[in-house]
Write a protein that binds this ligand. Structure first.
Ligand code: AMP
Ligand code: ZN
Ligand code: FE
Ligand code: FE
Length: 319
């Protein structure tokens, strides 16, 4: 395929098992079409898609890496909320090569996170109803997602557009973003954190299991608005701190950033002696402007040697 070569991977994707619109079977087929050698499904708080995805990937000759994306709290880099209160920072963390045995401490962590998500979802329905989204019910959301504990904010956004266009307008890429800015995003009027669980607690739970952690979209988590100058000033301290707290990787090749910013993030990650991981954060129709493997701008290339490095790190961290 033009502009594409063997050895390209995507380590950040979502399926119908969380808030992606495509099934594992469709994702595996699309991965083959865009020429990916390996893929990780990183559904939020779950590895439930793994078995179905393994069958599909085997059929297409694509390597599958077990993965998940979880929301955790970082108390070392607090943030100020829209009311001026300072508190722990909500961040997204990618975990790879995690154990699939339900009895393992890592899977127990995921079960707890799914429970926290369920409670957040119920509280968020009530909050939105009180803010005028009266027709938005839990039953409507359950109709959009696979399970009650796989409902995410994109499902909320979808329900807000279909039930309350008089508040949020017709769905377009612009209004979709605005719903997150005004309502569902971390500075929005209807933001509720999902969990109190910290980075440190989850890294401890993974000890000896071969799980490797990479900080997802670090610029979104830690800087919000950014310039190259701000990245060079602030990110080295953050990256170093994550390394000290047991992280192996930083998602330096992120589909939502430009190539010069990716180059800078790869350099800072290497300077810290860490692995630059990468992915598109594909969600299908829930993020219409993101292409599998290629990201927002279509020029994302995640080289497969980072997967070899992750595998080595996993082997070193297994008992
Ligand atoms: P949740 O797991 O329910 O907290 O929802 C997180 C998901 O919401 C992310 O994975 C994205 O798919 C989506 N999301 C969060 N912030 C935004 C945003 N500003 N614009 C679009 N989608 C967003
Ligand atoms: Zn998502
Ligand atoms: Fe994320
Ligand atoms: Fe994601």
């Amino acid at each position: 395929m033009a502009g594409y070569h063997r050895g390209v991977i995507d380590l950040h994707t979502h399926s119908t098992f969380s808030d992606g619109s495509e099934t594992p079977a469709t994702l595996a087929r699309m991965a083959q079409e865009v020429g990916l050698r390996a893929i990780a499904l990183t559904d939020h708080d779950t590895t439930a898609s793994h078995d179905e995805m393994q069958v599909a990937c085997d059929a297409h000759g694509i390597e599958l890496i077990p993965g998940t994306e979880i929301s955790l709290i970082d108390h070392d880099f607090p943030r100020r909320d829209r009311d001026g209160q300072v508190g722990g920072r909500g961040v997204h963390v990618l975990a790879y090569f995690l154990p699939l045995d339900p009895a393992s401490p890592m899977q127990q962590v995921l079960a707890r996170l799914r429970q926290d998500r369920l409670q957040r979802n119920q509280a968020l329905v009530t909050m939105l109803q009180n803010l005028g989204f009266e027709r938005l019910t839990f039953a409507v959301l359950e109709g959009l997602a696979r399970n009650a504990d796989s409902i995410g904010r994109p499902h909320f956004a979808e329900a807000m557009f279909s039930l309350h266009p008089e508040i949020v307008g017709e769905r377009t890429p612009e209004t979709w973003s605005r719903v997150f800015v005004e309502w569902l995003g971390s500075d929005g009027r209807a933001y509720l954190p999902k969990t109190e669980l910290t980075l440190e607690e989850v890294v401890a739970a993974a000890a000896g299991s071969g799980t490797v952690f990479s900080m997802a979209h670090p610029l979104l988590n830690y800087l919000g608005d950014y310039t190259a100058d701000r990245i060079e000033r602030d990110m080295p301290t953050i990256i170093r701190s994550l390394k000290d707290r047991g992280f192996a990787g930083i998602e330096a090749y992120y589909g939502g950033t430009s190539q010069p910013i990716r180059d800078l993030m790869v350099k800072l990650t290497r300077d810290a002696g860490m692995i630059p991981t990468g992915g598109s954060d594909f969600h299908g129709t829930f993020k219409k402007d993101v292409a599998l493997g290629r990201g927002h701008s279509g020029d994302l290339v995640v080289p497969d040697h980072v997967l070899d490095e992750l595998r080595d790190a996993s082997a070193r961290s297994a008992d």
